[in-house]
Design a protein. Structure first.
Length: 255
């Protein structure tokens, strides 16, 4: 069984690679450097070469991403760059994979997105917009190809302690590590373990990972957090508003 992971040289991608290898998978990582295959996901032909060169792929983890700080003043060149990496790389990978996957049946496409795709990213319009678009693509993939056996997951964590978060803090987003939010910044390794340790129906596993349901309730001090927590962790004790409950009907499936 083979898994391909973009952005696999560091952060979440590297943690996922370590976990998959421990489980006996044939893992191929792709990144700008330090990976099994050199690949720039902002270039469609690089992704085509990666997929064509590795043979049959059972799981594709489209993980590579970047952050650009700023709002409407961000240059067109930077908007285009982050759009290609954070959104179009998912589209390009799926475009190359789907013909053979649809012919063979059940395969798995994983997009590492962000909680910014559910809410927003304070201080970074390009990141928020591209992550919303990436999540929308994952949902479209699920709705369109589920009956053909294609499974899709969109990973939408809050803060993850990786180089990307460090770069955001250096650019002025230190509030991401302040107060109550700091207690909910997780490691890349924790993200890699989520399938085994966090199950929406298992309150004990959530408590073991995050400390306690009471600690998670403290996120209610942060605007919009109650709806997010009720959506992601329905047993946390946080009460969802009606819009969030409706959102769960859309996003609560294991896509």
């Amino acid at each position: 069984m083979r898994v391909v992971i973009t952005g696999g040289a560091r952060g979440i991608g590297a943690a996922l690679a370590t976990r998959f290898r421990a489980d006996g998978w044939d893992v191929i990582t792709a990144d700008l450097s330090g990976a099994d295959v050199v690949c720039d996901v902002s270039v469609e032909s690089d992704l085509v070469s990666l997929i064509d060169g590795v043979g049959e792929v059972d799981i594709f983890v489209s993980n590579a991403g970047i952050g650009i700080f700023g709002g409407i003043e961000v240059s067109n060149d930077d908007w285009e760059r982050i759009w290609k990496i954070n959104t179009m790389s998912h589209v390009w990978a799926a475009r190359r994979l789907l013909p053979s996957w649809l012919a063979r049946g059940r395969r798995y496409f994983v997009q590492v997105v962000s909680a910014a795709g559910l809410l927003t990213q304070i201080g970074s319009a390009p990141y928020a917009v591209t992550k919303h678009a990436a999540l929308a693509f994952a949902e479209w993939m699920h709705v369109t190809h589920y009956d053909a056996g294609i499974r899709v997951s969109a990973v939408c964590p809050l803060g993850v302690k990786t180089g990307l978060l460090d770069e955001a803090v250096e650019q002025g987003a230190g509030f991401l590590l302040d107060g109550v939010i700091e207690r909910n910044v997780v490691s890349a390794e924790q993200i890699a373990e989520l399938n085994d340790t966090v199950k929406p129906s298992d309150t004990e596993s959530i408590t073991a990972t995050f400390g306690s349901a009471e600690a998670m309730n403290e996120l209610a001090r942060y605007p919009l957090a109650p709806d997010l927590m009720a959506l992601l962790y329905p047993h946390s004790g946080v009460t969802a508003s009606e819009p969030a409950a409706e959102m769960r009907n859309i996003r609560g499936r294991n896509i």
